[in-house]
Design a protein around this ligand. Structure first.
Ligand code: COA
Length: 150
């Protein structure tokens, strides 16, 4: 896997991250306000890969006190940069950080029709643990996936 320079994302990146969200999740986006809240206040870690002043990919994971499960809230690579290992690098980084915080699992939800993302997660050790009927907008079904960390 190529080595990418992964940096913390902050509220100063809000506009770029909101744009990535719009592109990555045309059907189920978080509002800018929600994203801003998460970047500013939440018990969360956000990561970005930036080159030549452009954020190419980002991920956010939420932590909960007294929980050993990290919740992957969002991960998006701009379509211009997909398939180059950025998503994998971000996932691996947040898994390392989760383990360092004492988490033993990462969980996430994904649209059941998002075959690219499901394949991406399966290839990286995630398993489907639950079906989530009507989880997304317009009653679209989702899947919960999880990975046990070493
Ligand atoms: C899922 C996602 C984050 C993956 O990011 P990425 O930077 O493309 O990830 P990687 O390059 O590390 O891995 C992509 C995989 O697709 C393969 N791939 C090949 N050509 C590709 C292409 N043209 N575009 C995308 N992926 C391609 C890669 O080889 C890789 O396969 P592997 O699992 O065998 O290694 C990205 O597809 C995305 O942003 N999707 C839209 C948002 C989304 O669905 N997020 C997840 C929601 S839960």
């Amino acid at each position: 896997m190529a080595a990418y320079d992964i940096q913390p994302a902050t509220v100063t990146d809000l506009d770029a991250l909101a744009e990535l969200e719009r592109i990555g999740f045309p059907l189920d986006q978080y509002s800018n306000e929600r994203l801003k809240y998460l970047l500013k206040h939440a018990n969360a870690s956000s990561y970005k890969v930036e080159a030549s002043g452009r954020i190419q990919a980002y991920a956010m994971v939420l932590w909960r006190r007294a929980s050993r499960v990290g919740h992957l809230y969002s991960i998006v690579t701009h379509p211009d940069f997909q398939g180059r290992g950025l998503g994998g690098a971000l996932l691996s980084r947040l898994e390392t950080d989760a383990a360092a915080r004492g988490c033993d699992r990462i969980r996430l939800e994904v649209r059941a029709d998002n075959t690219t993302a499901i394949r991406f997660y399966l290839d990286r050790g995630y398993k489907v643990v639950k079906e989530l009927p009507g989880f997304y907008s317009e009653d679209a079904p989702g899947l919960r996936m999880a990975k046990r960390l070493q």
